[in-house]
Write a protein that binds this ligand. Structure first.
Ligand code: CP
Length: 302
């Protein structure tokens, strides 16, 4: 890396050379089948929120790097007896863990932990803040299909406000020189995105024809706390990616979704399962990207 990173907290904190180093390493692992040997070092995964893809992907990546994945069951941990988060993480480090993978519903928790341990911390998604490994696998998949992302135009569609995936995509795409537009209901788009250099488009049908890719976000029903959508039906009518809307895209344009999909809400099944979607490629690529992250953070850390 241009400057070695000690943790992976967010793409906002990485520059273009850092991001390219991770993507290139993932590409080497995928295409050249480069071996990563982390010599049985233990990686502890601590998930305070539900997960299917990220959790299993990190577990598989850890195994394929010849390291040892350990999943802490938070519900039966000594946190329930009043132990503090910092004490728990320090104890996990003292047990011999060589890296921590942490998902939490509050933004900032992985960063906070990283200030109290001396092993690498990887953010596996924190609140509305960031989901850097998802952002990296999205960049990897976009680059695999579209080539160099500099000058490419990516639309991020949906609940930008509550989406950590949106934030990681925005920072990563901007760092690589792509143009980023967001679209969704006004109450789900934070105005500050304009200050970040992102375009806002409220008329989805108008901007679809101008983009190389659409990253469709899940409506985060669990995070909306009363500022929700007028109705799911209205949302689908105005911002759902239907087959009719897919036909407005350029022929080469691809469709991404980080999963899990609310079928019939943000994405219709005939689009999710149809042509030009790379949704399952994203999932497969996630393992290579996470192997690259573990390798870059942990190799030579013995
Ligand atoms: N994309 C993603 O984070 O999915 P999971 O919540 O299943 O990990």
């Amino acid at each position: 890396m241009a400057q070695r990173i000690n943790h992976c907290i967010g793409l906002r904190f990485l520059n273009k050379p850092d991001i390219l180093t991770i993507l290139n390493k993932a590409e080497q692992i995928k295409t050249d089948q480069t071996i990563v040997n982390l010599k049985n070092q233990s990686v502890v995964h601590v998930f305070f929120e539900p997960s299917t893809r990220t959790r299993l992907s990190f577990e598989m990546a850890t195994q394929r790097c010849h390291a040892f994945p350990m999943m802490l069951d938070v519900k039966t941990s000594s946190l329930t007896k009043g132990e503090s988060l910092v004490d728990m993480m320090r104890n996990i480090e003292s047990l011999g863990a060589k890296a921590l993978v942490v998902r939490h519903s509050n933004g900032g928790v992985p960063f906070f932990i990283s200030q109290h341990v001396s092993i690498p911390v990887i953010n596996a998604g924190d609140g509305y803040h960031e989901h850097p490994s998802q952002g990296l696998l999205d960049l990897f998949t976009l680059r695999e299909r579209l080539g160099d992302l500099s000058g490419k135009h990516v639309l991020i569609l949906g609940d930008i406000m509550h989406s950590r995936v949106a934030k990681s995509n925005i920072w990563g795409l901007l760092a690589l020189g792509a143009t980023v537009t967001v679209s969704g209901p006004p109450n789900l788009i934070p105005e500050c995105v304009s200050d970040w250099g992102v375009n806002i488009c409220y008329d989805l049908d108008q901007c679809l024809g101008t983009v190389d890719a659409v990253n469709v976000l899940r409506i985060q029903f669990e995070r909306q706390h009363g500022i929700a959508l007028p109705s799911v039906r209205e949302y689908r009518e105005q911002f759902g990616l239907t087959k009719q809307r897919q036909d407005l895209l350029a022929k080469h344009a691809i469709i991404l979704h980080p999963g899990p999909i609310n079928r019939g809400v943000e994405l219709d099944s005939d689009v999710a399962d149809g042509k030009n979607n790379v949704i399952l490629d994203q999932v497969s690529n996630g393992v290579f990207v996470r192997m690259a992250l573990l390798s870059l953070l942990m190799e030579d850390s013995e």
